[in-house]
Design a protein around this ligand. Sequence first.
Ligand code: PHE
Length: 502
Amino acid sequence: MKHLVIYAIINLVFGKLHLVVTQIDYILKRRQRMKKREKWGSKIGFIMAAAGSAVGLGNIWKFPYTAGENGGGAFVLIYLIFVALIGFSVMLAEFAVGRRKNLAAVGAYKSVDKRWTFAGVIGVLSGLLIMGFYPVVGGWALAYIFKVFNGLLSSPDQIGTIFDSFIVNPTQPLIWMGIYLLLNVVIVSRGVSSGIEKAGKILMPLLFLILIVITIKGLTLKGAFEGVEFLFKPDFSKITAKVILSALGQAFFSLSLGMGCMITYGSYLDKKENLVSNAGLVTAMDTGVALLAGLAMFPAMFAFNIEPAAGPGLVFVVVPQLFADMGSVGLIFAGLFFLALTVAALTSSVSLLEVVVAYLIDEKNMSRIKAVSVSATIMVIMCVLASLSLGGIGPTILGKGLFDVFDLLTDKIFLAIGGLLLAVFAGWKLDKEELKNEVTNGGAVKFGLFGFWYALIKYVIPVTIAIVAASGIYSGFQSGVGGLMVMGVAIIGILAIFSKKL
Ligand code: PHE
C-alpha cells in the first residue's frame, strides 16, 4: 500500500509537471506574440498565470510564521489594510504600466527615461536574491512529499526535531534544493507546451481544498479557538515599526509586487481586458489563500502547544502533526498537501527566474539557454550558501547568515522600495490622461475610484512606504539588522547613480 501511494505521488508530481511548466509557456508565447502584436485571448489564462506567481510559499509558508512572530491579529489587520490600499493599487499600476509600454519591467522604465532603468534593475536583483533562498524552502516542500511516506507521521512528538535536524543537515536539503532548482531550469529553458488553464484548474483548487480540510481538522481540536483569536483579534499594544514594515513586506512579497513581475505580465494583456477586475481578483485570491493558511495553522498550533513564534518550520511541523493520527488517510492528505505546496512554489519561482532571464535576453543579448544557465549557476551558489547558513556554516554579512540576508534585503527593502519607485514613476513620469486611458480601456471600463487610486499612487503610497521603511530601518538597529537594511538602501542608491549604464 505504502509503495503504491509513493508511486502514485511520484506519478502525480511528474505527471503534473508538464502542467506547471505551461506557466512559462504562457510567458514565452506572450513574448512571441507581443512581437507580432498579437495577444492572448483567454482571461482565465492570464488570471491563472498571475495568481500562480502570487500564490506560493509566501502565502502558506511565510505568512503564518511571520504573523506568528509579529504578534498575530494586529499584524494581520495591518497586512490586510496594506493589501487593500497599497497592494491592489500597485498591482493595478504595474499592469497598466506593463500594458501601456508593451515591455517587460526594465524596458518599460527605460523606454520613458534612462535615468529610471535602475528601478527595473532593482526588480531583477530582487528576483535573483529571492531565488537565493526560495528554492531552499521549495526543496524542503519537495522533500516532505517523500518524508511523510517514510515514517515521519509515525512518531508525532518527533516531527519538530526531525524538521530542525533536516534543515541544518549539510547535504540532504542541498540535494532537494538542487532538484527543485533543476525543475525551474527545465521549465524556464524549454517552455514546454500545454495549457496553463489545466494546471491552474487542477492544482489551485486542490491546494485550496486541502487547506480547507486542514482547517476543519484543526478547528475540531481542543483549544483550537485560541488560535483563531490569536490570528484575528488584534492586540494593538503589539504594533511596532518592525511589525508595520513586516506587514508591508509580506504584502509585496505575497502579491509578487515591487519587482516588475506584474509589469511583465501586464505587457502580455489584451487591450480589451479589464485591468481593475483582474488586479482585484488576483489580490483577492492571494489574500484568501494566505488567510486560509493562517486559519489552517494557528488553531492546530495552539492545540498542540507550539509557540506562535516557531519560525520558518511552522508549516512543516504543524501539518504533519495534524495528520499523524489519521492513519493512511492522513498520509495521503499530508502527501497531497506537500505536493500542492511544491507546485504552488514552482509556479511562483518560475516567474522569479523568468524576470532575471528576460533581463539577460533583452538587455544583455544572451540566448535563452545561456541566460538560464548563467542565472541558475548564480542561484545554485546562493542557495547552497543560504541553506548551509541555517546550520551556522558559511559566510555571514553584518552578523547574519545568507538565508536571512537574502530574505531581509528583498522582503524589507527592495520590494517595498521597488513599489515606491513604480508608484512615483506612474504618478509623476506618466501622463495622468494616458494612465486613465490605460486603466479604463479608453473609457470603456467604469472605474469610479480612478481619482482616489491616482491620488494613492501619486502621493499616499510613496509617502507611506517611505515612512514605514524609514521607521522600520530605524527600529532595525535595535534588533541588529539596521546595518543590513541601510546596505540595501545604499545598493539602490548606487544602482540609481549608474542607471544609464545598466
Ligand atoms: N508571491 C510569491 C509567493 O508568495 C513569491 C514571489 C515574489 C514571486 C515576487 C514573484 C515575485 O510565494
